[in-house]
Ligand binder design. Structure first.
Ligand code: BF8
Length: 630
C-alpha cells in the first residue's frame, strides 16, 4: 500500500483499509509498485511503430540519440504518438456509436428495442432530409440508422453533423482542411499517416489528428448520443444518489460498469422483472439493487435515476465492500484487475462483449437479438449468488450524496423556458442563457469532463476547479467521471447554490438548477458542443468568441485525448490537469499550447495545480468577455 494514500473521501479510505486486510491488490498498490514511470514514455519520445526499434530519443539536446533509426526526430515521434492516441480514442467512441446505430436499425414495435423519443427521431430525420410524411415510424428509424451507419464509411462528402456548428466554425474547418469525412476513413487515414515512413511533419500530423478527432465529437460521439436518446429516451431532470454508500446491505447488489447503453438499458428493465425480484426475496434478500459505475453509470442515472456507485477509481472499492453479487461489464475503462479481485470475494465478474473479453472473467455474450433474455439470465446468476456472500466480511461505507441529474440540452432549454418571461418572449431557445452571460450575471461556462488519474489526488482536481468556478459565477456542465466526482461532492444539489457567487446563485434559484449540471457520459460531450454552438449561433458568433472553456483535470484515456483535440478544434480552449506525453518535443508543446490558436482559435493549457488551473480559466474567460466588450 502506498504510504501516501491519495484519496479525498472517507469511503475510499475505509475501503482501502478493508482491502488491505482482505489481501486485495488495488490501483494504489500497483501505482506504488510501479515506482518511477518510464521517462521516455512519459515524454512521448519512445517510438515502437516499427520493429527496427524501439527507438528512444535522448531527452537531452545534443547528447545521445537525437533521431530514430529511420531519422524520425523527437518532434515527429511525439506527434505520431499523440495522433495514435487520438485515433484510438475516436475509434472507441465511434465503435460504441456504431453499435447503437445497429440497434436502432433492428428496433421494432414488438422487439426488445423500441423508439422512445419519436420527436427526436423526427427532428433528426428532417435534419438529414429523410422523408417523414405518411411513413411508418420504424421505417423512418431504420433509414435514420442506415444514414448514421453510412457516416462511418461513406465514400464522398463530409460528416452531416458539421452543419450544427456555427457557420463561422464550419468556415475555419474548411479553410484549415480539417473537415472530417467518413469516421472510419479518418481513423484509418491517421493510422496510415503515422505508419513508418509516412508523415513526419508534426504540424501536418496534428492537423490530421484534429480532423480525426472532429470525426469523433461531431461524428461518432454525436451519433452515439442522438441515437441513444431516440432509442432510450432523452434524459430529463431526476434525482439520484452517488458514492459507494448506495450499495445496500440486504439486497442483491449488481454493479454495472462500462459504456454501452443498449446493454445497460436492458439490464435496468431486466432488474425490475417481478419474477427475478421474487427470486431475490426467496433467496433471503430484500430485492435487487442495480448500481452504476463510470459512463454506464452515467447513462442509466441520466435516464432512470439509477444510483451511482462511483467513478473510475472506485471500481475495485465497490467489490471490496464484499457486498457485490455480480460486477457486469461491457466495454472501456474496466480494470482487468477486477478478475483477481473478484476471486477474493463471492463476486461474479461477468464480461459481456466480444470486444472486451477479460482473462479470468466469466463470459456471457450479450446478443442484441436476445437482449432481454440474456440480461435476465445474468441477473439470475447474481441473485443466486446472494447466498454465497460472507456477511461477516461486508463493509459498506455510509457516505452517499444526493444529486440532480439528467440535463440534456433539451432539459436545460426547458428549465430556461421557466424564466423566459422575465427576459424575452421566445421559448425553446438558449437565449436566456446567452443573455445572462452577456449581462455578466454569469461570467461564462466551463465543461469539466474526464477520468481519474493516480498522478493527482483522487477527485481533488475536479472538485477544486468546479468549486472555484461556481464561486466566481461560472456555470459548470460535467460529464464522465468528472460528473460523478461532482455528484459525490454534493455539487449537483440545489443546496450547492450556497457555494456560488451572487449571479450564479440567482440563476440556480430562478431556473431551478444546480450550479454543476450532469450532461451524461463521455460521448455526451457532444451535448456540450451542441449547447455551446447554439449560444454562439444565438449571438451570430463563432465558438472561439464565447467565454467558455473545456477542462479535463484528471484525464487518463485515449478517448480523452481525442476529446481534448476536438474541443480545441471546435474553437474552445481546453485545460488539461495532467500533462500529456508530449513534453519530449518543445516544438509540439508550443504547437498545442500556443500556435494552434492561430489556426483554429483555441489552444490547450497544461496546468496540474487545480487552484492555478481555475485561476487561468477565470482569466481566460475574462479575456474573452473583454474582447466581446461585455
Ligand atoms: O468514457 S471519464 S475513466 S468512464 S474515459 Fe473512462 Fe475517463 Fe471515466 Fe467513460 Ni470517459
Amino acid at each position: 500500500m502506498s504510504e501516501e494514500i491519495q484519496v479525498m473521501d472517507s469511503n475510499t479510505e475505509v475501503l482501502l483499509e478493508k482491502g488491505k486486510k482482505d489481501g486485495a491488490d488495488t490501483i494504489w498498490d500497483r501505482k506504488a509498485a510501479m515506482k518511477t514511470p518510464c521517462g521516455f514514455g512519459e515524454k512521448g519520445i519512445c517510438c515502437r511503430i516499427c520493429a527496427m526499434g524501439p527507438c528512444r530519443i535522448s531527452p537531452t539536446k545534443d547528447k545521445g540519440a537525437q533521431k530514430g533509426l529511420c531519422g524520425a526526430t523527437a518532434d515527429t515521434i511525439v506527434a505520431r504518438n499523440f495522433a495514435r492516441m487520438v485515433a484510438a480514442g475516436t475509434a472507441a467512441h465511434s465503435d460504441h456509436a456504431r453499435d447503437i446505430a445497429h440497434v436502432l436499425y433492428m428496433a421494432s414495435e414488438d422487439g426488445n428495442y423500441k423508439v422512445k423519443d419519436a420527436g427526436k427521431l423526427m427532428n433528426l430525420a428532417k435534419e438529414w432530409d429523410i422523408k417523414t410524411e405518411n411513413r411508418d415510424l420504424y421505417d423512418i428509424a431504420h433509414e435514420v440508422a442506415e444514414t448514421a451507419l453510412n457516416e462511418f464509411g461513406k465514400p464522398f462528402g463530409t460528416l452531416k453533423f458539421l452543419k450544427r456548428a456555427p457557420y463561422q466554425r464550419q468556415q475555419v474547418w474548411s479553410e484549415q482542411k480539417i473537415e472530417p469525412r467518413a469516421i472510419d476513413r479518418e481513423v484509418t487515414s491517421l493510422m496510415h499517416s503515422t505508419h513508418i515512413g509516412c508523415a513526419s511533419d508534426p504540424d501536418s500530423i496534428f492537423e490530421l489528428s484534429m480532423r480525426t478527432a472532429l470525426s469523433d465529437g461531431w461524428g461518432g460521439s454525436m451519433i452515439g448520443t442522438e441515437l441513444s436518446d431516440i432509442l432510450f429516451g432523452t434524459p430529463t431532470a431526476c434525482a439520484t444518489q452517488a458514492n459507494l454508500g448506495v450499495i445496500e446491505k440486504n439486497m442483491v447488489n449488481i454493479l454495472l460498469h462500462g459504456h454501452d447503453p443498449s446493454f445497460s438499458e436492458m439490464m435496468v428493465y431486466a432488474s425490475e422483472d417481478p419474477e427475478l425480484v421474487k427470486l431475490a426475496k426467496e433467496n433471503g434478500a430484500d430485492g435487487i439493487n442495480l448500481v452504476g459505475m463510470c459512463c454506464t453509470g452515467n447513462e442509466i442515472t441520466m435516464r432512470h435515476g439509477v444510483r451511482i456507485a462511483g467513478n473510475f477509481y472506485q471500481q475495485e472499492l465497490a467489490i471490496i465492500t464484499g457486498a457485490i453479487e455480480a460486477a457486469i461489464v461491457d466495454v472501456q475503462c474496466i480494470f482487468p484487475a477486477l478478475a483477481d479481485l473478484s476471486d477474493l470475494y463471492h463476486t461474479k465478474f461477468i464480461a459481456t462483449s466480444p470486444k472486451a473479453k477479460i482473462t479470468g472473467a466469466e463470459y456471457i455474450e450479450f446478443v442484441e437479438e436476445k437482449a432481454l433474455e440474456t440480461c435476465k439470465g445474468i441477473i439470475k446468476e447474481a441473485v443466486l449468488n446472494f447466498k454465497n456472500r460472507d456477511m461477516e466480511n461486508v463493509l459498506i461505507p455510509d457516505n452517499k450524496s444526493h444529486a440532480n441529474v439528467g440535463y440534456s440540452v433539451e432539459t436545460i432549454i426547458q428549465c430556461l423556458d421557466r424564466v423566459v418571461n422575465s427576459y424575452t418572449d421566445e421559448f425553446n431557445t438558449v437565449k436566456p442563457l446567452a443573455d445572462v452571460i452577456w449581462a455578466g450575471v454569469l461570467r461564462g461556462a466551463a465543461g469539466i469532463v474526464g477520468c481519474n488519474n493516480p498522478k493527482v489526488r483522487y477527485d481533488e482536481s475536479h472538485i477544486t476547479i468546479m468549486k472555484e468556478l461556481i464561486k466566481n459565477d461560472v456555470i459548470v456542465v460535467a460529464s464522465g467521471c468528472a460528473a460523478q466526482a461532482a455528484a459525490k461532492a454534493g455539487l449537483m444539489t440545489m443546496e450547492a447554490k450556497e457555494l456560488c457567487g451572487r449571479g450564479l446563485k440567482e440563476v440556480c434559484e430562478r431556473v431551478g438548477i444546480p450550479p454543476v449540471l450532469h450532461m451524461g457520459s463521455c460521448v455526451d460531450i457532444s451535448r456540450i458542443l451542441d449547447i455551446v454552438s447554439r449560444v454562439a449561433k444565438e449571438k451570430d458568433l463563432d465558438n472561439r468568441d464565447l467565454p467558455v472553456v473545456g477542462a479535463a483535470p484528471e484525464w487518463m484515456s485515449e478517448k480523452a485525448v481525442a476529446i481534448g483535440t476536438y474541443v480545441v478544434a471546435s474553437g474552445i480552449d481546453t485545460f488539461l490537469g495532467i500533462t500529456p506525453q508530449v513534453t519530449g518535443s518543445e516544438y509540439f508543446v508550443d504547437l498545442l499550447t500556443n500556435r494552434v490558436e492561430e489556426n483554429v482559435g483555441a489552444k490547450f493549457y497544461f496546468e496540474e495545480n487545480p487552484t492555478e488551473c481555475a485561476r487561468k480559466i477565470l482569466e481566460r474567460i475574462e479575456e474573452k468577455r473583454e474582447k466581446l466588450g461585455i
